[in-house]
Design a protein around this ligand. Structure first.
Ligand SMILES: [Fe+2]
Ligand SMILES: [Fe+2]
Length: 217
């Protein structure tokens, strides 16, 4: 079995879907409920921007160095996302600035449709990265070279950011993913791994925790 890039897509696809569900049940005549959507979207946009920046700046140059440019459409998607995000945010601003309940409900419906489409297109995007690009990485790079590319992500994170990101992502992953990620971080930076392990153990159920502690010792 070859090394997998894009494990974080499990989290990203669910995080986007969580926001679809939140928007679907939001009463946009309520400022408090609308603020929850604004906050959720701000957090999501930050995650997506961070993720696409990693792909554009670290992963795609690895393919262009080998004369492979099949990532071009995916980079175009990243750029196009910026326009989609502006359109979604503008609807949210219109809801917040309106004092007319009918308008707020109408804009809320439009926001739901637009964001649901964004979610569908995002799933297609993630799929292409894993079925089209990942085989190209496997063709040109060894597993340890691909692991080194993942190290760039870990090196760019503060320990606080890493603990928060890992705690969040782990609830969307299986135990094999959790082991690979923890093992990578341990190889990449043993000091930060120790702090991370200390912080996240409590979130892992006892049998898996014991198994991980054994494998990672
Ligand atoms: Fe992407
Ligand atoms: Fe991606």
């Amino acid at each position: 079995m070859r090394y997998k890039l894009y494990r974080e897509h499990k989290y990203i696809s669910c995080a986007v879907n969580d926001v679809v569900r939140l928007i679907a049940k939001t009463d946009f005549t309520s400022l408090t409920e609308t603020e929850k959507v604004t906050k959720a979207l701000q957090g999501l946009w930050a995650v997506l921007a961070w993720h696409s920046q990693y792909e554009d700046e670290i992963l795609h140059p690895m393919l262009s160095q080998k004369g492979v440019y099949s990532y071009a459409q995916l980079e175009a998607d990243h750029l196009e996302n910026k326009q989609k995000i502006i359109a979604i945010d503008n609807l949210l601003i219109a809801i917040t600035e309106s004092s007319n309940a009918e308008d707020q409900i109408e804009f809320g419906c439009q926001l739901y449709l637009r964001f649901r489409k964004f979610s569908a297109e995002n799933l297609e995007h993630l799929d292409l990265e894993e079925v089209l690009l990942l085989p190209e990485f496997h063709r040109f790079y060894s597993d340890s070279e691909l692991r080194d590319a993942e190290f760039e992500v870990y090196k760019s994170m503060s320990i606080e950011h890493m603990i928060h990101a890992i705690k969040t992502m782990f609830s969307y992953m299986n135990r094999q993913d959790r082991f690979v990620i923890l093992n990578d971080i341990k190889i990449c930076d043993a000091v930060r791994f120790a702090a991370l392990w200390q912080a996240i153990q409590i979130d892992i159920e006892p049998a898996e925790r014991a198994d991980l502690a054994h494998k990672l010792s």
